[in-house]
Design a protein around this ligand. Structure first.
Ligand SMILES: [Zn+2]
Length: 276
């Protein structure tokens, strides 16, 4: 279906592929900043068990509904100076940031994917939207919701079944991710008698495996621990409690963009050292 969609796009803009690419980029920017706007609603409402459909957006302070033309992603934030039209309460810059980062990730992956709106692209944007929600909900509430993890695991399996990922890779990746994190959690608990890695982290790495296979799992575990260590060195003495999920999410997104090249570089380097 998406292949038809992309050929539709190229077919009806026949004058110049550069212009077609630019229009596609513009389309994705607008679409995914709007998706980001919806993710903001999900990030705020889902953990509070509120409906994500009704009511429409409202000012968190004075509860005045936000009119559609004051709710244009990113742009409205700057036009209205980040303030409520009605009561002048300031909106968190994070709303704008979530919209921007969602659009940037969608655009960058579209370019990396060779300007193709294919199954691989659909798989990435699906994963990315959940990753963005999980990232910010974990920062706010220190938890990854089961419904997000289970949706990702099932969707990852479905994507593998329709050929977006090698099925064997997906299943082994999920199994290995689960086994590694479960063992670490168990060992930590046996030694320290407290929870080190939460159940949410274990389920999330299982989902990452289902989407990216064995390489993706190893990459994500490796880079999330590097991010965690770096961030804690920068933040030393400030905060003792350690949320791991944001690093996991960041590392899994990095894999989609740079996994291939970083792993290739590492293997080349290892091969050179072995053959010296
Ligand atoms: Zn207000």
């Amino acid at each position: 279906m998406l292949n038809t969609l992309s050929s539709f796009f190229y077919f009806y803009i026949p004058f110049n592929t550069q212009i077609a690419k630019l229009l596609a980029l513009l389309f994705i920017t607008i679409l995914f900043s709007s998706v980001g706007s919806f993710l903001n609603v999900c990030i705020y409402r889902i953990p509070l068990k509120l409906s994500i459909v009704k009511p429409g957006s409202f000012c968190p302070k004075c509860k005045t509904p936000i009119k559609a033309w004051h709710n244009i992603p990113v742009l409205s934030y700057f036009f209205l100076g980040g303030k409520c039209r009605h009561c002048k309460a300031t909106f968190s810059f994070r709303y704008c940031f979530v919209e921007t980062i969602t659009a940037i990730l969608a655009v960058l992956y579209f370019i990396k994917n060779g300007y193709a709106l294919d199954l691989n692209y659909l798989k990435f944007v699906f994963f990315m939207c959940f990753a963005v929600m999980i990232f910010f909900i974990d920062i706010d509430h220190r938890l990854i919701l089961d419904k997000h993890n289970y949706t990702l695991i099932i969707a990852g399996l479905l994507f593998a079944l329709i050929g977006a990922t090698h099925l064997f890779q997906a299943l082994i990746g999920a199994g290995i991710g689960f086994a590694i994190f479960y063992s670490i959690a168990l060992i930590y608990w046996l030694i320290k008698k407290q929870v080190g890695l939460g159940g949410g982290d274990i389920k999330y790495i299982t989902a990452v495996g289902m989407f990216t296979g064995i390489e993706g799992v190893i990459f994500t575990i490796f880079f999330s621990s590097i991010f965690g260590v770096l961030f804690n060195i920068i933040n030393i003495g400030k905060e003792k409690e350690f949320a791991y999920a944001p690093y996991l999410v960041a590392a899994s997104l990095l894999y989609f963009f740079m996994g291939d090249s970083i792993i290739k570089w590492y293997l080349d380097m290892t091969f050179h050292m072995l053959t010296l």
